[in-house]
Design a protein around this ligand. Structure first.
Ligand SMILES: Nc1ncnc2c1ncn2[C@@H]1O[C@H](COP(=O)(O)OP(=O)(O)OP(=O)(O)O)[C@@H](O)[C@H]1O
Length: 344
């Protein structure tokens, strides 16, 4: 396999803040790699380091076998998290503008159709809804038919139908050979799109793998959620009958929050026994739902683990003296038009 995007031991410190603390990853051609992680984990900084808009303090980044700032802009598409193109350009004009930056560009109308905005070509950017604006921004990254696409939270603000349009588009691009690195807070998006997911916490990738492998390794067992208006304490000691040996049941593995009791490791075939148990004891509930663990559970488990580690062993990570955002190469404002090869 051919690695198209590579990072090795990337570090970046902003004043007191460690944004990257040794991030490493490798993405193969045609792969969709999703970066997930809590706010401030370093996802955007990693994308910026990989696209040449932030100079890491140490470590190496390579894209298409070049240093990120040397990659031919015709081969790259970059959607930054914050992108505010000129408001008084119509959607088509905007894509035409970006198309003009490349040697060989696609027809802007085709791109508009790809992002589900075939009818909005004549509408000023400022008159589009937030989600439509984001779709135009996604379109702007596609005008040069890039080999590698970096999308920082591509679907934020896009409605569910529009999100699916963008998902299908990303899938089609990847099946045609485009390599995609995206960041997202939407676990359904990562689960649906990503061949592999990397979880970033405190500036480093603490887990990576296919969604299935991550769920197997870190997702834990199934959850049965019981919604109730009654005192959740009354649900303690839920001893519903089961044919499984006790050692396989993890009965104690349950949690309560206001109005919800979660019991783990209930088999679907045992749900009826739980219902009987609740009804026999007049334990009133307003809802029952059962789910297999997914990426969201992986995320919560690993993000929690990192948070616990940080609480137990706080580290002084301060380095350098420059504390302000935008203090080095990041001073460009969102209102400025981007240099060619990047969409903001
Ligand atoms: N130019 C900058 N100057 C100072 N601090 C910065 C700068 N860029 C990022 N940081 C800090 O570095 C850390 C990582 O930020 P980053 O934007 O990479 O996180 P993120 O994972 O993308 O977060 P989010 O999910 O909220 O978008 C944060 O604490 C952030 O405040």
């Amino acid at each position: 396999m051919e690695a198209v995007v590579e990072a090795e031991g990337l570090e970046k410190v902003y004043g007191e803040t460690v944004a990257l603390s040794g991030a490493s990853l490798s993405v193969e051609r045609g792969e969709i790699f999703a970066l997930i992680g809590p706010n401030g984990a370093g996802k955007t900084t990693l994308v910026r380091a990989l696209t040449g808009t932030t100079e890491p303090d140490s470590g190496t980044a390579r894209v298409l076998e070049e240093s990120p700032d040397a990659v031919d802009r015709n081969r790259l598409g970059v959607l930054p998290q914050a992108f505010s193109p000129p408001a008084r350009l119509a959607a088509r004009e905007l894509l035409t503008y970006y198309a003009g930056l490349y040697d060989d560009a696609r027809d802007p109308d085709e791109v508009l159709a790809d992002v589900g905005l075939a009818d909005a070509g004549g509408t000023w950017y400022e008159d589009l809804s937030g989600g439509q604006q984001r779709r135009v921004c996604v379109g702007a990254t596609l005008v040069n038919d890039p080999e590698v696409l970096f999308l920082d939270e591509p679907t934020t603000g896009i409605d569910p139908a529009g999100r699916r349009t963008v998902w299908r588009l990303i899938e089609e691009l990847a099946s045609a050979g485009t390599t995609v690195v995206l960041t997202t807070h939407d676990m359904a998006e990562a689960e649906r799109l990503a061949d592999r997911v990397g979880l970033l916490a405190d500036g480093a990738l603490v887990a990576r793998g296919t969604p299935d492998a991550l769920v197997r390794e870190h997702g834990g067992s199934s959850r049965l959620r019981i919604e109730t208006d009654a005192d959740t304490g009354a649900f303690r000691g839920l001893e519903y009958p089961t044919e499984r040996p006790a050692r396989n049941r993890q009965r104690s593995d349950r949690s309560e929050t206001d109005g919800t009791v979660v019991v783990r490791n209930v088999e679907p075939t045992e749900i009826a026994a739980v219902v009987d148990y609740l009804e026999d004891r007049d334990l009133a509930y307003s809802g029952l739902s059962w789910s297999e663990p997914g990426l969201e559970e992986v995320y919560l488990e690993l993000a929690d683990e990192t948070e616990r580690d940080r609480t137990v062993a706080p580290t002084n990570r301060s380095e350098g003296s420059d504390g302000g955002r935008g203090s080095d190469d990041d001073s460009r404002t969102d209102d400025e038009l981007p240099p060619a090869g990047e969409t903001a």
